[in-house]
Design a protein around this ligand. Structure first.
Ligand code: 5GP
Ligand code: ZN
Length: 113
């Protein structure tokens, strides 16, 4: 997808601090961390919203959700972690390529505002 930041990161056109990669997904550190550790798990297939997701993309998203806990050590998940998927304007989605935020390494509050 042209002009998509995450497609460019997937293609290696923009550098990222990679924690994991396979044929279906890439996981790298967020450039502006909101917790002690903050990663983004990005399916390599481009879509913006869960409401637009195809069956195949759904299978890949499930693979992402299963892979994340397997990376307990690499992603500092011990003790608990938080996954966030921002969807649309109200959530402040700023990159229109679906991604899972992975926040870890500290106790977290709950302040949606
Ligand atoms: P969203 O707001 O769409 O849910 O999340 C987009 C995330 O991408 C933000 O947390 C932001 O910090 C991160 N981000 C934006 N530009 C870059 C970049 O160039 N590299 C990396 N690693 N993360 C980025
Ligand atoms: Zn994209």
């Amino acid at each position: 997808m042209e002009d998509c930041l995450f497609c460019k990161i997937i293609a290696g056109e923009i550098p990222s601090k990679k924690a994991y990669e396979d044929d279906d997904m890439i996981i790298f550190s967020d450039i502006d961390p909101k917790a002690k550790y903050h990663y983004l798990c990005v399916p390599k297939t481009h879509f913006k919203l869960l409401s637009e997701m195809t069956e195949k993309q759904g299978e890949i998203l499930l693979k992402c959700l299963k892979k994340i806990p397997e990376l307990e050590k690499e992603l500092h998940l011990k003790g608990g972690y938080r996954l966030v998927i921002n969807q649309g304007d109200n959530a402040g989605q700023s990159v229109f390529h679906l991604h899972i935020h992975i926040l870890s390494g500290q106790k977290m509050g709950w302040t949606p505002a």
